[in-house]
Design a protein around this ligand. Structure first.
Ligand code: SIN
Length: 283
């Protein structure tokens, strides 16, 4: 069967069919890597993966991140099980964010393997930080290229039933990291507007939260314009993967009467590199 890659929208996202992740060789993996770089988020349909096989696929991408506060599966600590029961409010990932922006080396990519999903609802939304940057005026590009963001760990965003904690929530130390607002993608070289909603991107370096709020709010509205987004509709057996260096994502909490179970793995990333003008300005 030949691999088929079909766009999910006019901007980002692709559906990948005709591939078995348990049998891909180097050439198959190279095709998937190219699809991820081209489309930002891919959903690989009809996979039948044990936790061990999901971990084996994840290791193709780099080192797996072990969450400092949340426990993984008993036999597979690399996999975090995200479970939302019928009738429960989801507090995991239901705001626009890119993973681990509050650390010095935020996540390169994240993958979710759909185990149990509602017939309708529970989709994940994605927005392109690259397209959003490209669409700014030259004046705005010059201004954002000189700014850095201060990002702090948002304890509330990690709350979800059945994600047992390694340490109690009140003991979670605040994690803070400062990054250039415009980051250059280490593989494509494309600049991207790199920020989260204000729960995590608290303010610009050297400015107060009050001073920062209007521009952060404007940029988030701009990034999440429908023409820069796509939506992944899950089916059991879908392996979705996205590039955190150039996308925001958000879990939709629109399935109050259904259960949803996902197996999540995060791939470690490197330091965030800004535009040359950013580092010159900081010197
Ligand atoms: C996440 O933010 O990783 C969760 C996304 C989802 O459950 O759809």
């Amino acid at each position: 069967m030949a691999i088929e890659i079909s766009p999910l929208s006019g901007s980002i996202g692709a559906e990948v069919t005709g591939i078995d992740l348990n049998k891909i060789g180097e050439a198959g993996f190279a095709d998937i890597r190219e699809a991820l770089l081209d489309h930002g988020v891919i959903c690989i349909r009809d996979q039948d993966l044990t936790p061990d096989q999901q971990v084996a696929f994840a290791k193709h991408w780099g080192e797996i991140h072990l969450h400092p506060y949340l426990k993984g599966l008993p036999d597979q600590p690399e996999i975090m099980e995200i479970v939302k029961e019928a009738g429960e409010r989801n507090r995991f990932g239901d705001h626009w964010h890119t993973d681990q922006i509050f650390t010095p080396t935020p996540a390169m990519a994240t993958m979710l393997y759909a185990k149990e999903v509602p017939l309708a609802g529970g989709d994940t939304l994605f927005a392109s930080l690259t397209l959003a940057y490209e669409a700014l005026s030259e004046g705005m590009k010059a201004m954002v290229g000189r700014l850095s963001t201060v990002n702090q760990y948002d304890k509330q965003a990690t709350r979800s039933r059945r994600m047992s904690e390694k340490i109690p929530e009140q003991d979670v130390p605040a994690k803070v990291a400062t990054h250039p607002l415009v980051r250059v993608h280490p593989e494509t070289g494309k600049p991207a507007l790199y920020l989260n909603a204000m729960q995590t991107t608290r303010h610009f370096a050297g400015m107060t939260p009050e001073e920062s709020r209007p521009l952060i709010a404007y940029l988030l509205d701009h990034i999440t314009r429908p023409e820069f987004t796509c939506r992944v509709r899950w089916r059991p057996g879908t392996l979705g993967m996205w590039d955190n260096r150039c996308l925001l994502h958000m879990a939709l909490d629109d399935y109050p009467d259904h259960r949803r179970v996902m197996h999540r793995i995060t791939i470690k990333g490197g330091p965030v590199v800004g535009l040359e003008t950013t580092s010159e300005a900081a010197e």
